[in-house]
Design a protein around this ligand. Structure first.
Ligand SMILES: Nc1nc2c(ncn2[C@@H]2O[C@H](COP(=O)(O)OP(=O)(O)OP(=O)(O)O)[C@@H](O)[C@H]2O)c(=O)[nH]1
Ligand SMILES: [Mg+2]
Length: 405
């Protein structure tokens, strides 16, 4: 599966609750630190209007699902153990589990916005801990982790740049490719740090640190889920978080409410579509009076106030708005929009904005890219060249010398 989201934060901030709500799993949740030790891996979905509606066809999705004209694209979610300040030096559970985040394309930082847990994740009086501190330390810990990976090998890398005029981006790529970091990420970080790749043997410790700090932002962007927004002390802190991090995506979230709504939907008591700011009660007779009151309160104080529980919202916004990914559908036959077996609009892939037709072929299969001839846009039925930049919702046939898709 293509896209991966890492779920990070201090202990007891609600990482596993968020994962359970997003993926409908039942991983262990607890109000004490380090409930999670081994990473939990599950699948969630981002939602986007499906091309079937635009083309007016009935589809047969294979690598995804389509519900009422909404295409659900699977995304891998990795819920890791809680991080405490000093984790990169071995505090708490140490930084081993940071390795669980290697494949993540983006990190969702689950913050206890209600301020009712301290930096170690222990319960404290609601509102007494400042969640702004949590954001700062988490960014630092992830950067320190990346820094330690680069630093471990820096002598050898700078030595080779000096002795053999080796390319620093190539050596760094070898080192960092396992962290899902690309050459483009590395080159951008070198450029943005104002450093010169040819002079890497002369980079000071501070230069390397600066490079890694920017690389972390480029390759593992962190967005903020302001969780536990259902608690009274959270609202004020949400405003402070938004003000302190104007360039970061900050979304109010209640993992607890989302899981409760999805569970009731599964039982058929209500109809709730994740991401919506409303639900419909289907079987009122199955609700006790206090449950009914709680549901009314949840609708008024959370769904209507914040536009939803934020769980689906933050995923969609992270992928489409913040990371600028687009959804593209490959087909075998641009007229029937089907694959070789007659399935209509079977697959959809998330690719970064700016992806060309030829690069898209490479996302499906390396062979398709290598033998790429041209592509056909199913909407216009026109040929498009290798360099044509694709758009969100495009349906594309790749014509290649080795076979077609
Ligand atoms: N009120 C409220 N409580 C929540 C919410 N999300 C999680 N909690 C509670 O916070 C506590 C910790 O939840 P977990 O999901 O286990 O937290 P975690 O971050 O995975 O914790 P570790 O695995 O120990 O790092 C539990 O008591 C949850 O019920 C929320 O949105 N609202
Ligand atoms: Mg957990």
């Amino acid at each position: 599966m293509g896209f991966s989201v890492g779920v990070v934060g201090k202990p007891s901030s609600g990482k596993t609750s968020f994962t359970n709500a997003a993926c409908m799993t039942d991983f262990k949740v607890g109000n004490y630190p380090f409930t999670t030790i081994q990473a939990n891996v599950a699948v969630t979905y981002v939602r986007t209007p499906c091309a079937c509606r635009v083309f007016g066809v009935k589809d047969n999705p294979k690598n995804s699902a389509c519900i009422d004209g909404i295409r659900m694209i699977p995304v891998k979610m990795i819920d890791v153990a809680g991080l405490v300040p000093g984790a990169h030096e071995g505090k708490g559970l140490g930084n081993q589990f940071l390795d669980d985040l290697r494949q993540a394309d983006v990190l969702i930082h689950i913050v206890d916005t209600s301020g009712s847990t301290n930096s170690e994740g222990q319960e404290v009086a609601a509102g007494s801990h400042d969640p702004l501190e949590d954001v700062k330390f988490l960014e630092d810990e992830v950067t320190e982790w990346m820094f330690s990976v680069v630093q471990k090998d820096w002598r050898r890398i700078s030595g080779r740049v000096k002795a053999e005029s080796a390319k620093v981006d190539e050596l760094l790529l070898e080192k960092l490719t396992g962290l899902n970091i690309s050459r483009a990420h590395i080159l951008k970080a070198i450029r943005d740090a104002g450093l010169k790749a040819e002079a890497a043997d002369k980079w000071t410790d501070d230069d390397v640190k600066k490079f890694v700090t920017i690389l972390r932002k480029v390759a593992k962007p962190i967005i903020i889920a302001a969780n536990k927004i259902d608690r009274p002390t959270a609202e004020q802190n949400l405003k402070r978080l938004e003000k302190a991090y104007p360039d970061t995506l900050v979304v109010p979230v209640s993992a607890l409410a989302e899981k409760a709504l999805r569970d009731m939907d599964k039982k058929g008591i209500i109809k709730y579509i994740p991401g919506n700011d409303d639900f419909e009660i289907l079987q009122p007779e199955r609700l006790k009076e206090n449950e009914r009151t709680q549901l009314d309160k949840l609708k008024k104080d959370l769904l209507k106030k914040y536009g939803g529980t934020g769980v689906q919202g933050i995923l969609n916004r992270a992928v489409f708005e913040y990371l600028h990914m687009i959804a593209v559908y490959p087909v075998h036959d641009p007229n029937s929009l089907s694959d070789g077996d007659g399935n209509v609009l079977p697959d959809v892939y998330l690719v970064p904005e700016g992806t060309t037709a030829k690069e898209f072929a490479g996302v499906i299969h390396t062979d398709l890219m290598e033998s790429f001839i041209h592509a056909i846009d199913a909407r216009t039925k026109m040929r498009i060249s290798d360099k044509t930049v694709l758009k969100n919702g495009d349906v594309i046939k790749i014509v290649s010398a080795k076979g077609t898709k």
